[in-house]
Design a protein around this ligand. Sequence first.
Ligand code: MG
Length: 331
Amino acid sequence: MSAASDAAAAGRPLGEFEVIARYFTRPARSAGLGVGDDCALIAAPPGLTLAITTDMLLEGRHFPAGTDPHKLGHKALAVNLSDLAAMGADPRWFTLAIALPEVDPAWLDGFSRGLFALADAHRIELIGGDTTRGPLTLSITAIGTLPPGYALRRDGAAVGDDVWLSGATGEAALALAQLRGAVELDAAHAAACRARLESPAPRVALGRKLRGLASAAIDVSDGLAADLGHVLERSGVGAEVALEAVPVAPALATCHDTALARACLLAGGDDYELVFTAPPERRDDVLRAAEAAGIAASRIGRIVAGEGLTIRDAAGNAVPLAARGFDHFAS
Ligand SMILES: [Mg+2]
């Protein structure tokens, strides 16, 4: 009988090693890899570049207390996969550091199942980590691979490039607004928005297909305007975005508070879409790549000389954006 089942049978709380053994240990896919040594070992694929990213989620800051653990397991990995997608990397391995206020078997079971369901869908393998007692905190480091020179970076946008957006932004932020009582949504739209907030789908397939095609890319975690702004800053260019070209999800289109809906669209976070640039002669290739990846891509603007982002409405007037992002979401 394992230590974990000993503890469970005895009705005492699981210790750190028992938690790892019971919830986070799976057969290694490749010899020499897996959980349980002092370090994780990676057989780095010859000739490939490693892309490494870390994201941390804190209860009360990045997700509310009482969040469904299955969805939290999904999201903790999804935000890291989104960063790999933004670089065009193939997901390979990840580590998990987790602080738990208490050892709750039902919570750990839900969390680990949500985590591994997404991991399996993207063929990414847990190779190590740490657990400790403390305020609920989840930190994942994800490692991907890609051919040298093919990473999608933030500094490659060139004057004349198109600006593209995968999917649609704003629903996750609208879900947060609803949770905070700032807006009422009908049941179907509320469910759609909650799904976007709690179970984001990282655009890994699209990122992979944009290798050698996009000139720059970033994932939308802090809001479309803010994240596109990072690309512009790093590339030393500006952009003009046409508001009517930015796709509007049904829940936003029917939201009575149009100012809130617009703020969610342009400045809401947690979307995990990709915003990227590509030369205009590659438009058909971009559309084919998106179709093959199973996600819509919308051409929302173009890169211009200068600096900063200008968003124009149909009449050509600049749409004002709050200086510090969107105050509804300031914590
Ligand atoms: Mg990112």
